[in-house]
Design a protein around this ligand. Sequence first.
Ligand SMILES: C[S@@+](CC[C@H](N)C(=O)[O-])C[C@H]1O[C@@H](n2cnc3c(N)ncnc32)[C@H](O)[C@@H]1O
Length: 360
Amino acid sequence: MNEQELTTQHQDSEEGSTPEGQESLFICTANHDFAAYAQEELRRLFGSVKSSVLSDREVLLVTLNEGQAQVVQKITESRPIFLRHIQPVQFQRSGENIGESLTEVASFIQSNNQIGAGVKVALQVRKSADAGGESAAQLKEWLEESLRDSEAEWVASGSDWIVSVYVTATDIYAGISRPEDNLSDWSGGAIRFRREEGQLSRAKFKLLEAEREFGLDFSAYRSAVDIGAAPGGWTSFLLERGLKVTAVDPAKLHPSLLKMPNLTYVRKNANEVKFRENEFDLLVCDMSWSPKLMVQMVTDLLHALSPGGTAIITIKLMHKKPMALIKDVISSFENSRLQVQRAKQLFHNREEITLYMIKY
Ligand SMILES: C[S@@+](CC[C@H](N)C(=O)[O-])C[C@H]1O[C@@H](n2cnc3c(N)ncnc32)[C@H](O)[C@@H]1O
């Protein structure tokens, strides 16, 4: 999507030089094909942005004209839609001898006095698509082995600090940061869920991720309407969470759902259904449809969502101007008494983003 918009500006950066108050170097990650929009978000925040592509349409090396702490504060406060993950670069080494470079990364980590006894540290290693050699998992294992003597507690999640290492065909980058400063505590923001036996669709992961990303607890709701519900991933997830669910879709729900006592299945086009006032406290919609028509349809059903109720809606990014499209959709919803809390391209979103809104 819209590759031309990704402007690349190569520049030399001095190893380890990220003086506060001047400029700082970050590796920034977006969903595949959406790095251009993450770059645009950075440009809107910082004015000029120098960047080069580390991995095609996904990962950028970005120099920003402010110190690391200010950059992190600005980015986290801005709650970007497309920028999924950031990691600071405090160490950089060029050269093709990966063994040598990794030894230096290990020394860089060991020399950091934050990584001390009893401190929980997560090591996250990623590679660009063009980097050959060992896998990221093997490189991580090697680094862990050489850091074994450190008194830090190496953990996979729930860490105090994250050490991020990124390897390309020619360079290796490393940085140490607080998990909350990376936009996501998952490596590259790639949050993974285990696929369960009998899971009806991968779409369930979107709702699971939305729940975490937006700090929601779906089990706290009473009654949901799921518009565009088939085959039933979201519906089954909400039923598992103990809600009553009304699933609307002209297509077939998976047969395993049909006997669920808390399910009402309305096998119709959402245009044809009628609901009572304030019937639901949660409205979810994952129709993969024209945003304009979806907005109209949701707006027509909004009387059924009680004031203070929540709406979780995916917006399909149909054309080449997603920023303008998102702005239009948000303003239409806000005119219909839906206050947008967050807009985010989740890791499990493809050509779409997810909106979290509250009706007032
Ligand atoms: C991407 S799928 C939804 C997947 C679902 N969230 C899940 O977890 O399994 C989109 C669904 O929207 C439905 N849909 C499209 N237009 C619709 C409409 N006007 N009214 C109701 N459902 C519609 C389609 O039939 C399709 O089943």
